[in-house]
Write a protein that binds this ligand. Sequence first.
Ligand code: SAH
Length: 381
Amino acid sequence: MNQAAFTSSDQTTSKVNLLDFDRQGLRDFFTQIGEKPYRAEQVMKWIYHDLQDDFENMTDVGKALRAKLNEVCYIGAPKTVLDKAANDGTHKWLLGMDQGNAVETVYIPEPTRGTLCVSSQIGCALNCQFCSTGAQGFNRNLSTAEIIGQVWVAAKYLGNVTHQNRRITNVVMMGMGEPLANFENVVRAMKLMRDDLGFGLAAKRVTLSTAGMVPLIDQLSDTIDVSLAVSLHAANDDLRTELVPLNKRYPIAELIAACQRWVARKPRTSITFEYTLMKGVNDQPEHARQLIKLMRKLPTCKVNLIPFNPFPGTRFERSGADAIRDFQTQLLSAGVLTMLRRTRGDDIDAACGQLAGQVTDRTRRSADLRKRQDEGVQHAV
Ligand code: SAH
């Protein structure tokens, strides 16, 4: 085991954080400390079903082993710095990381399900123009413990004590960060979300959302069975490159080809294309026509329309109600399965694209942006 590969959420200790391991990693760890691997499964159940972080409460683990575990490892979820409840039941946690950084996690309750929106990085390097996280620059990847720890903290808060009666039925990697850019840690955390001894969620209930890192979409499909969402936002390359600069590297044709390979390898699965509607930017009938044409290449897939959520300093506006309705009607009448995402938790800035956290920018991008804005330079790409 390579301890240096894990960033601990408790920097003051050299002990190993058990939240950094998936089931196999935990078995290997127990073997390494001279214990039977099945002990890993016993402990895993305590951690993820009973939400325990104290070895002393693990009653079927002998006293000697509990003492040994206390010496070499710990169970360390991120610490809650702040939590806020919105009027509609949406809940947001600000979780403290190292060096004054913090990320956000959001719980969205609905009548038949509860969705947790999880962050994968402190900040984001992709610089999507309409995203508040993007405007803050990038600090670092979250460790596996910091990713799965978000689910653990939320489950514990929501009183998810009986594993059968869970409040979190779905997890979406749609918080801060680009999950595919933190591939290893995100995959390990998603394995724990899926594992019966972890949170036990079905593949269709764990969704990774990407801005379109093409080679890693293929790698993901080879590695783990989860659902895929792709942030599209424009169906022509000029506009998409302006909104999502990553499109320059992986243009729409390559992205769609990767999506076709994903669907071909996973029969009966569909991909959700997210399309954030911005007034006068990507919400016109011609944009809908371009999108319809593109979606013909992926007939089993669906479109999720997200009305733009504003944040301080943005140059974009939410599309008007009529434009949103017309856009959806145009897609639906062409036979494209289209959902309109209701905005939730906007009174606590918990809506899509509003997650800001606290990011010490190591890329210095936010400072550059501020400078350019001060100089009156439009920062379109
Ligand atoms: N990096 C990943 C996941 C994070 S963003 C991705 O790009 O998919 C999750 C979703 O919120 C994406 O579809 C993103 O485009 C959308 N989003 C970002 N900013 C938004 C905003 N201000 N209003 C509405 N949706 C936004």
